[in-house]
Design a protein around this ligand. Structure first.
Ligand code: MN
Length: 302
């Protein structure tokens, strides 16, 4: 039995990042917390209405050694990649791109859109045994839904309470949006071997009596078999987790690697138009890699 008083509960503020015209709250990585399980990156974007801000338009850029997971609360994002995949993700669905040894993609608001955007992008680091696999892409129109007395869980990645989302992952992992009904409490059953974190996405919610605030990451650590979320007026909460990642990773720009040499090679391959291919469906120029500098981490473009 874990002593309740030893359980982690830490609150971390996000960093504000500008991605083109979009204001982003970056919850991972931050100085205090590099990863939650295999999750090594978490951006919260929106909610925004176009008119006050311009739509999303992230030009082609490369990735290695990770999976990107795009989950929306409102609006839509079109993905195009160097394998030729094209997919528009909407609320309820998920886009999971496996970079493996290398892929390039672009993400933008499609021409026909709802005029709004709200969502998250996560990256999961690939473990050593799988990080050089072939790149791949999967789009699910609707992820598994777990109906509970206190609300509804949409499981976009990994396994929760015996249900597994069909998009492939290469470590034990969980990623879910938990919608808590107004006036209700929802009990999540957790794997105590996982570390978990929460983020309030909208509405209101309390975790074990503590009010959650938007754009903050609530680190729950390992050792929890359950988490109780309550809401007064209804709220949506992000749950992420997985076993502590057993390998030290090196993140630079949009690359997850192990050594500076791998990063330098990936950067050179992108700049010299090797390895990654081109995103033919994107009508503009690709992004240039930042200067390598001293491997001080430039902001990823997500
Ligand atoms: Mn990307």
């Amino acid at each position: 039995m874990t002593n309740q008083s030893q359980l982690t509960f830490e609150v971390y503020a996000s960093r504000n990042i500008r991605l083109g015209d979009l204001e982003i709250a970056r919850a991972l990585p931050i100085r205090e917390r590099k990863m939650v399980g295999p999750w090594c990156f978490l951006d919260r974007f929106g909610p925004v209405a176009f008119g006050e801000t311009r739509p999303m338009d992230v030009a082609p850029h490369p990735h290695i050694g990770l999976q990107t997971v795009t989950w929306l609360l409102a609006g839509e994002v079109r993905h195009d990649d160097s394998l030729g995949y094209k997919a528009v993700v909407r609320p309820g669905g998920v886009n999971v791109m496996t970079a493996g040894r290398g892929i390039a993609h672009a993400e933008r608001t499609p021409v026909e859109n709802s005029g709004q955007l709200s969502g998250i992008q996560l990256w999961a680091a690939l473990p050593d045994a799988h990080r050089d696999i072939d790149p791949a892409f999967e789009s699910l129109a609707q992820v598994p839904i777990l109906e509970r007395p206190g609300g509804v869980i949409q499981l976009f990645s990994g396994t929760l309470e015996g249900t597994t989302s069909p998009a492939p992952h290469y470590s034990k992992i969980v990623g879910a949006e938990v919608a808590v009904k107004d006036g209700a409490t929802l009990i999540l059953k957790l794997d105590p071997d996982y570390e978990h974190a929460l983020m309030l996405l909208d509405g209101d919610s309390t975790f074990e009596g503590r009010a959650l605030q938007e754009r903050k990451l609530y680190d729950l650590g390992t050792g929890r078999a359950a988490a109780a979320l309550s809401s007064k007026r209804g709220g949506r909460v992000l749950l992420v987790g997985g076993p502590p990642f057993p390998e030290a990773i090196l993140m630079w720009w949009n690359f997850v690697a192990r050594t500076p040499e791998e990063i330098a090679t990936a950067r050179a391959d992108w700049q010299d138009q090797r390895r990654f291919g081109e995103v033919a469906a994107y009508p503009g120029p690709r992004l240039e890699a930042p200067d390598l500098g001293r491997l001080a981490a430039p902001n990823p473009v997500s």
